[in-house]
Ligand binder design. Structure first.
Ligand code: SAJ
Length: 438
């Protein structure tokens, strides 16, 4: 079954599949449900949380996303906790989380419970599509056997496909409607059905993959690619610091080459629900087949070392002014894993906080997007009385800070975990500035 790029075709909705059920109404499932509804499908959403269900049934968004809030005022989604409703759907899309546990082992629990919920109510002719990020093999080795406990056979009575989600929370340009997608299935009929479904709702190309495994591997590869490239510049940052080279200047220099270079930037760590998680799925599955992903593991090791490295920079800088971490007023700015979002999953900030607390720091924490875990309510309060500041998240409000904002408060040390401030400008006002690699 050769894959071939298929561009956007007619967005005809196959009449008998006029109902879609989306399982999981988070940052992946909810936009998909809204889009399907907008394109004319009767859309039934399934979630665990009754509060979320009530909001959606009332046309309100459980997510802070302004686009979703607007969408839900226009479209109709019937939300429920009851899997029985999937009997009314021709297409069932699984958009549940696939996290890792504290030992970075993939946790397929949500996928397994969704598959079990579906299997109870499956009926002939239905198409099940998994969008959750999974490692190659999960659809055929985990999901398929559960679906077939219904007594229905995948590829004959029912169909199974994978279309990895590519939602980038907060991205103003790319969204569920215009992001190109890849789709794989266990058989040709399932592939055709799944491609037709996505072509009926997306305004972007849909690329059929050779098999379902290639579709599963695609997302893992996309995000492992990003993780190893970030690890590359993080390792350069450590080495160039010893060589007295500004790694950011070098990356900007390399970027002037108009081909064959894609810039990534060093930082105090790699967080989020995708990049630091997805490689572990492939590492673990490949290990079971006798392959050791040494390169992916090394990249994870380097990126996981960055919070520790950031605290080492702080300790060294404090020593430079005759202070230690213990008892020193230190302010940590940023808990979210990336700028201008309120998402703290796998955030490196928590590793830095743990270590500073163990070292006895007099710690103030502030993130305007995460007030509940901040120890103060404003940036002014956060900076007041601090001897040192550690930047962990490049929120716009933090980027806007100028050296004088630190100087006039008597702040002596700044650890710039996202390289957002100008090292020379800091040094001109006698602030001891350490960036990551500069
Ligand atoms: N990071 C770096 N250096 C970089 C880029 C990112 O240290 O050069 C860090 C960030 O600070 C953050 C983490 O990596 O802690 C992840 O950052 P991210 O920009 O990759 O943000 P995510 O996790 O939201 O990644 C999503 C992914 N989208 C999907 O999985 C569907 C990823 O594939 C996208 O490339 C990314 O958005 C994006 O491009 O924004």
């Amino acid at each position: 079954m050769r894959g071939s790029s298929q561009t956007r075709s007619s967005r005809r909705i196959p009449r008998r599949k006029a109902t879609v059920s989306v399982i999981g109404l988070g940052y992946v499932g909810l936009p998909l449900a809204c889009l399907a509804s907008e394109k004319g499908y009767r859309t039934i959403g399934i979630a665990l949380n009754q509060k979320k269900i009530d909001l959606i049934n009332g046309g309100k968004s459980p997510l802070e996303d302004s686009a979703i809030k607007r969408w839900l005022r226009r479209v109709k989604i019937e939300a429920t906790t009851d899997y029985a409703v999937i009997q009314q759907a021709g297409v069932i899309v699984v958009c549940v989380p696939t996290p890792v546990d504290h030992l970075y082992n993939p946790d397929l629990g949500p996928i397994i419970s969704a598959a079990r919920g579906i299997a109870k109510y499956l009926r002939r002719g239905q198409l099940v599509i998994v969008e959750s990020t999974i490692n190659p093999g999960v659809c055929e080795e985990v999901v398929l056997p559960i679906l077939e406990t219904s007594g229905l056979k995948v590829g004959r009575d029912i169909f199974l496909a994978h279309c990895p989600e590519r939602i980038d929370p907060g991205n103003k340009k790319w969204n569920v409607r215009n992001i190109p997608r890849v789709v794989g299935a266990t058989d040709a009929v399932g592939l055709r059905k799944a491609v037709a479904f996505y072509q009926s709702i997306l305004e972007a190309p849909v690329r059929p993959m050779k098999t379902i495994k290639e579709a599963e591997a695609t997302k893992i590869v996309e995000n492992s690619f990003r993780d190893v490239n970030i690890a590359f510049v993080n390792e350069l940052a450590k080495s160039f610091t010893k060589l007295g080279i500004d790694v950011v200047d070098v990356i900007e220099g390399a970027k002037t080459k108009p081909f064959a270079f894609l810039a990534h930037y060093p930082g105090a760590g790699v967080g989020g629900h995708c990049i630091p998680v997805d490689p572990y799925y492939l590492i673990e599955r490949a290990k079971r087949s006798g392959f050791d992903h040494r390169f992916l593991k090394l990249a994870r090791e380097i990126n996981n070392s960055m919070p520790e490295y950031t605290v080492d920079l702080l300790m060294d800088a404090l020593n430079g002014i005759g202070r230690s971490v213990k008892g020193t007023p230190i302010t940590l700015l940023g808990l979210s894993y990336k700028a201008n979002v309120a998402d703290t999953r796998e955030s490196p900030s928590f590793h830095v906080i743990d270590r500073l607390r163990r070292l006895g720091a007099n710690l103030t924490i502030f993130d305007p997007y995460v007030p509940d875990e901040s120890t103060v309510r404003t940036l002014g309060q956060a900076l007041k009385g601090a001897t040192a500041v550690v930047l962990m998240t490049d929120h716009a409000a933090f980027r806007a800070l100028q050296p004088v904002d630190f100087r006039r408060r008597g702040i002596r040390v700044v650890i710039d975990g996202k390289n957002v401030w100008d090292p020379e400008a800091m040094r001109r006002v006698k602030i001891l500035h350490r960036g990551i690699g500069r």
